[in-house]
Design a protein around this ligand. Sequence first.
Ligand code: ADP
Ligand code: MG
Length: 147
Amino acid sequence: KHLPLFLEGEVVKGFGRGSKDLGCPTANYPLEVVQSLPKDLEPGVYYGWAQLDSGTVYKMVANIGWCPFYQNQQMSVETHIIHKFDKDFYGSLLKVSLVGYLRGEKNFGSLDDLIEAIKNDIINAKNMLELPEAQTVKENSFFTKSQ
Ligand code: ADP
Ligand code: MG
């Protein structure tokens, strides 16, 4: 339901939950983008495509969750682009398409378990995005090409 879902907005500062320290930086969207989500969108981990400022379309995993910062009244969308960037890109326009659902939100017993789960999510996302249905979404005109 709702998939593929297309979102776009500026990359803003997150809540500094140290995603980067876990080796998994997540680009955050401002509240307006989050408020535009379907109200019954299932929280959890999604895979899909991401594009910064009309550049390359990369694979991504996104965590959609209830945000403790807003007393769980607001969702948060945090996108990890599966690519190594040399620098931060706060202020860039991030276009994202959610293609499929990987798993629900879980509580992890330890930090190691969490890191293990994220590694697994990335492996699964990479594989799922090779499928023809996912490739079709990548070609969607939503992702603008420069020139
Ligand atoms: P914040 O709490 O501000 O979101 P993070 O530790 O989650 O901080 O880091 C997110 C930031 O890291 C992004 O806004 C972006 O500027 C930068 N970044 C660098 N590489 C990536 C990547 N591969 N995916 C997502 N964000 C990245
Ligand atoms: Mg973040």
